[in-house]
Design a protein around this ligand. Sequence first.
Ligand code: F6P
Length: 343
Amino acid sequence: MKVGLLTGGGDCPGLNAVIRAVNQRIHNSGGSCIGILEGWRGLIKCQTRELPISVTEEIISRGGTILGSSRTNPYKRPEVDLPALRENFAKLGLDALVAIGGDDTLGVANRLHNDFGMPMVGVPKTIDNDLNVTDFTFGFDTAVNIVIEAIDRLRTTSESHRRVMVVETMGRQAGWIACFSAIAAAADFAFVPEVPIEMDRCIEVLKRRRIEGKNYGIVVVSEGSKFPNQDEMTLTGKTDDFGHVQLGGISAIVADKIEKATGFETRSVVLGHIQRGGAPSAYDRVLATRLGLHAAELVVQKNFGRMVALKGTKIIEAPLKDGVSNLKNLDLDFYKEASVFFQ
Ligand code: F6P
């Protein structure tokens, strides 16, 4: 059995752990894996690499993906790219393909399975934790740990200068990273995309805290947060192959409003791609490994058009379409719990 492996979309810590796990499990059953480079682009262009066990046995601690990634969408130019992709799949002699990605990558895997019966298995990933079906995605825990380490550092400089620091996190239209980071790093306030920005409440909290003796402030803002009655933030004006707008920059606007309303010196920091970099946490290594092993199991059973997911503490399987139908917003119970400290 020959199995193709690809990683698509934004990278995240834990991708290599999945590659290692799938490769080992397939190897144990007498098969082999081949790496498709840079997501769907690698299948369109037939760019691959061999994956002997020696290549993957120690990659669990490495961030990013040894296969490279891209946001290539073969359905954007279907008349050219789909025939090439299918031809290369046959040419490589693949019996199955494990696609590791977010809603876009898994959405393509689902369509290829439905449109052409291609043998696809999906593994969900994203630092944003916004995929349906799965309780948590690997990469998220590492990203939150990176954010809280950054906030711990920003706290000391903010305190020294008696400043307010507005920290912008990733997460697209879901506030998971911002909310978890705000709880774990004791932020004074947090804005998430699921709740329209309440500027007045935030300003009131920051002013009250000064009166009470706290001479600095930490505000977390998720990149997709919106002011009341505002559509998606399009500060950069750029979109990717899947039509998603490139986010970023809301923290500067929030910082400006805070400074003007309070008179407190305020700075903004966009944490950006640092949240996706470096070694995965222990939690993400274990979760990614378990998902990879179960995905390989689906391949061995020839159970295609399926994806693996985390439910509670168990790895389950589900139709690929379930994972890509809707994005999973932040569960507002978490925001309510975080808000107890925004007083
Ligand atoms: O989906 C993961 C993510 O990191 C988002 O949080 C962020 O908005 C986006 O990817 C950034 O994408 P890019 O790496 O293409 O700039």
